[in-house]
Ligand binder design. Structure first.
Ligand code: HAM
Length: 407
């Protein structure tokens, strides 16, 4: 193959109608709840992600497509949206998107280099208002899509002081056990201890399962509000599962973090349908005002896998028009316009011959063909053949009078 598809990328054809449906259902729900759509540029300054997602994160350290002049293909949309708000403080504070993102990851089932995210960001509300509003939307969304095998895992990363206290204890514990840690986690002992909790390495996970948990290092006030949040969520019908090891792979999170995890088994090792959390410091870290924030993004490809629905081929009817008569061309155009809501594939090429035109109609998956030869034309009738059953019918009418719905 001279021009193979770039690894980790997909041409979406059969799935395109499903993507369109998911996008319009997602947008419809979010727009009805006061969100405004945002479309950010695909190229952004690399520095934006270094300072937000974090230089030590996998995304920034090894997964960004970078241009010579320091631009990157957007790996996620939270930092670009904060950048947009920094540039224009008048923008609406509840924003929604459905857009492609790019990460140079090793491609596998549910993990692509170009993938689509549906997501939203909410600015200005402190915890737990946005958390509850956001999680209820997500729960509603997945139920609307008919997804039943998922759970929402949550954790609380503490306030600055609590996190600092916890990190000291965690670092002590992990340093004591460092001979059992992977080399990457050993490196992270000095660069980003919290991320060790997120390691996929089995040896690391064994150590981490014994490690101190952040929820045990919260102040009584934080502990009380966390428990209150969990109680309120429960009373609203949200079934949240506390996972004290959940830290997420992006550095900007501050308070509550969460992940929607698929439990159907259809996703292989890429089980995270989506994730998000609170990032109250990001706007300030990027040089802006103090603006609390909370958001979520889910991956469309993983959602499609989790839904596990057969991809319906084009549900519009395709009808071939087969003829060898040049004279009929104006009628074809007329017919195409008349039935523009039907998908009429016209097989018309006087040089092809009937046999080849039938083959072509077959290839185009036409359900029926209308045949117009010279005798049909002279006699003022057309022949209609059902390609599935082979049944033929002679219709004593002109092409312009055809009612394709009744063929
Ligand atoms: P994230 O966890 O990096 O978070 O990505 C969110 C979701 O995007 C993942 O759970 C997964 O479903 C999908 N995803 C990520 N990488 C890939 C990939 N290579 N192939 C296919 N799907 C993928 C964020 O991006 C944050 N911006 C979420 C957020 C919004 N936090 C606050 N607001």
């Amino acid at each position: 193959m001279k021009y193979p598809l770039t690894p980790g990328m997909k041409d979406l054809v059969l799935e395109a109608p499903l993507y369109r449906k998911l996008e319009s259902e997602f947008m419809e729900l979010l727009l009805s709840q006061g969100f405004s759509e945002i479309r950010t540029p695909i190229l952004e300054a690399k520095e934006l992600f270094v300072r937000s997602v974090g230089g030590d994160s996998d995304i920034v350290s090894k997964e960004m497509f970078t241009t010579e002049d320091g631009l990157v293909l957007r790996p996620e949309n939270t930092a670009p949206i904060v950048r947009a708000l920094l540039n224009d403080q008048e923008l609406p504070k509840k924003l929604v998107y459905f857009s492609p993102q790019f990460r140079k990851e090793r491609p596998q089932k549910g993990r692509l280099r170009q993938f689509y995210q549906y997501g939203f960001e909410m600015f200005g509300e402190t915890a737990p208002q946005s958390e509850l509003e956001g999680l209820l939307i997500i729960d509603q969304l997945y139920k609307k899509w008919g997804l039943t095998n998922f759970e929402i895992q949550v954790n609380y990363l503490g306030n600055t002081q609590e996190r600092e206290n916890y990190l000291t204890v965690l670092k002590e514990f992990l340093t004591t056990n460092q001979d059992k840690l992977s080399s990457k986690s050993k490196e992270r002992l000095s660069s980003n201890v919290l991320r060790i909790l997120d390691s996929k390495d089995e040896g690391d996970q064994l150590v981490v399962s014994q490690a101190p948990k952040i929820l045990d290092y919260l102040s009584p006030e934080s502990s009380q509000s966390w428990n209150q949040f969990l109680d309120t969520a429960k009373s609203l019908g949200l079934n949240l599962i506390v996972n004290p090891l959940l830290v997420r792979g992006l550095d900007y999170y501050t308070g509550m973090v969460f992940e929607v995890v698929d439990t159907s088994g259809n996703l292989g090792s890429q089980k995270a349908l989506g994730g998000g959390g609170r990032y109250d410091k990001l706007m300030q870290d990027l040089g802006g005002q103090n603006l609390p924030a909370f958001g979520f993004a889910g991956g469309v490809e993983r959602l499609v896998l989790a839904l596990n629905k057969p991809i319906e081929p084009n549900d519009r009817q395709s009808i071939g028009l087969i003829t060898t008569e040049n004279l009929v061309l104006p009628m074809f155009v007329e017919l195409k316009n008349k039935f523009s809501n039907l998908n009429i594939d016209i097989c018309f090429n006087t040089k092809l011959g009937f046999k080849k035109m039938f083959k072509r109609a077959d290839k185009l998956k036409c359900s029926k063909v209308i045949i117009v030869g010279s005798s049909e034309l002279q006699g003022g009738f057309v022949k209609v053949k059902d390609l599935a059953t082979g049944n033929e019918a002679i219709l004593n009418i002109s092409i312009a009078q055809l009612d394709l719905n009744n063929l």
